[in-house]
Design a protein around this ligand. Structure first.
Ligand code: GLN
Length: 475
């Protein structure tokens, strides 16, 4: 591709002043997707349809009737439904399944004239931190093909990293947008629980799941978030709270009161350079007149266990519907109803998904329900209350997004504890329901990137994005 765009504004500028058309823009993205096929970021590219849509958008631009995302070429994670298109959650069990309706987020993107270019690879049912759990192969980090892009929204992150589209949507249950954003040097945000409709998102853990964007600029993050946010009659957990004009209010001139937690940073699991850079940003903030206080959060060690007890419980219930009868893959080996269920689920689900269904079934079983599930809910409440309290006392909580830079493909996938600990810094926000963003502010001497995470108050996206813009401009 001749030119690499970092924001919709740059594209709009070229459309207005330099004769760029959406058709030629889509063509150049399609070329790049073809050239970068080895990255395995896309499971399907909607070539003809994207070109046809681009032609329509060009006509609307000429008539001055185009929506605010005209010129935005976007990819969607393969767990977001788009009517008449395949959706598989990167699972064999949904092989061949086509969406009967579109997710609310897709409807809203299309209504503003975004061009959906394809669906992206991910960990099966969004369970994983490296994209190694996809039934359709690994996604490669574009910066170093031996490294993972993170997960579970690895394909969505790489699509933006490698300029295969301008932006993408992922889903974040415990870090699946923010951790791959950190690994791929792009921005990734998990909005407040209930800010964005989950209608049409294939559920993993319904009380945690949120759809969130990957972008190369804060402006695009704000724009996409404002388009996809807001009440939806199809999702009763989606808030009706008014959506501010996020993208028009990114100015920032406040002196803030910020905090970070000592045990998160003075932790032997944290890479020394990631830590060094974290403190450097803290010093910059102080030098600019902000107050940054070191405090403590006593539940750090409970975040990952709480997350896995509760999300596997929800997953075991959500994934019960994939039985070989209602959707997708049906085993040819079944001889009656029960064996059809058994064979279809045994053959259709991958190893990690089966592990989680079994874990979740265990924590919900009669004898262990109180010991695990009820206890997990109680600990979630403690974490949520304490997080909210901290966010009453401080404007934002600062942490690294991930303790390290991208790890090698194949190195860690047999060590479940290690893999689950990938979520150490990202699990808190979805446990508490608060919004969090990963900003690409770290460059390691090993040549790989890492992110800086900011957590904000519930429905504090406007403040979070304004502060993000300031951080990106000043670091
Ligand atoms: N890595 C986490 C997990 O495997 C997060 C996944 C997600 O956010 N969907 O569950």
């Amino acid at each position: 591709m001749e030119k690499v765009y970092s924001s919709l504004n740059e594209i709009k500028e070229d459309i207005s002043n330099n004769g760029l058309s959406c058709v030629s823009l889509v063509e150049s993205y399609l070329n790049r997707i073809e050239e970068n096929k080895h990255l395995n970021a896309f499971l399907e590219v909607f070539t003809d349809e994207a070109l046809a849509f681009a032609k329509d958008v060009d006509a609307k631009i000429a008539n001055n009737t185009a929506g605010k995302l005209a010129g935005m070429v976007i990819a969607i994670k393969d767990n977001i439904c788009y009517k008449g298109h395949k959706v598989s959650a990167s699972s064999k069990i949904l092989e061949g399944f086509e969406s009967l309706y579109s997710a609310t987020v897709v409807e809203r993107l299309l209504a503003e004239d975004a061009i959906v270019i394809g669906r992206t690879n991910c960990d099966e049912f969004a369970m994983g931190s490296s994209n190694e759990n996809s039934a359709y192969g690994n996604v490669l980090n574009a910066l170093d093909n031996t490294k993972t892009p993170g997960g579970s929204s690895g394909g969505s992150a790489v699509a933006v990293q490698a300029n295969l589209c301008l932006a993408s949507l992922g889903s974040d249950t415990g870090g699946s947008v923010r951790q791959p954003a950190s690994f791929c040097d792009v921005l990734g945000m998990k909005p407040t629980y209930g800010r964005v409709s989950r209608h049409g998102l294939i559920a993993y853990a319904s009380s945690f799941d949120q759809i969130g964007p990957f972008t190369r600029s804060v402006g695009d993050m704000a724009l996409i978030t404002e388009v996809i946010s807001g009440g939806d009659e199809f999702d009763t957990t989606c808030s009706k709270q008014a959506v501010p004009n996020l993208s028009e209010n990114l100015g920032f001139d406040k002196k803030l009161k910020l905090t970070y937690f000592k045990s998160y940073i003075e932790n032997e699991g944290l890479d020394a350079e990631v830590k060094g850079r974290f403190y450097e940003i803290i010093e910059n903030l102080k030098a600019d007149g902000h107050t940054v206080e070191e405090t403590e959060f006593e539940y750090l060690d409970y975040l990952v266990p709480t997350y896995y007890v509760l999300t596997t419980a929800e997953a075991s219930s959500n994934l019960a519907r994939f039985d070989g009868v209602h959707f997708g893959y049906r085993s040819p080996n079944g001889t009656d109803l029960e064996s059809t269920y058994k064979f279809s689920r045994t053959e259709g689900f991958g190893k990690e998904v089966k592990r989680r269904i079994m874990l979740g079934t265990y924590v919900l079983s009669a004898g262990f329900y109180d010991a695990y599930y009820t206890k997990g809910q109680k600990v979630r409440r403690l974490i949520k209350d304490k997080t909210e309290q901290v966010l009453k006392d401080y404007d934002f909580i600062l942490t690294p997004t991930s303790p390290h830079t991208p790890f090698e493909i194949g190195k860690q996938n047999d060590d479940q504890i290690k893999m689950y600990l990938e979520d150490i810094y990202t699990a808190q926000a979805p446990i508490a329901g608060v919004p969090a963003i990963s900003l690409p502010l770290g460059q390691h001497s090993n040549g790989l990137p890492f992110g800086f995470q900011v957590m904000a108050k519930s429905f504090g996206e406007q403040e979070l994005l304004s502060f993000s813009k300031y951080l990106m401009d000043n670091n």
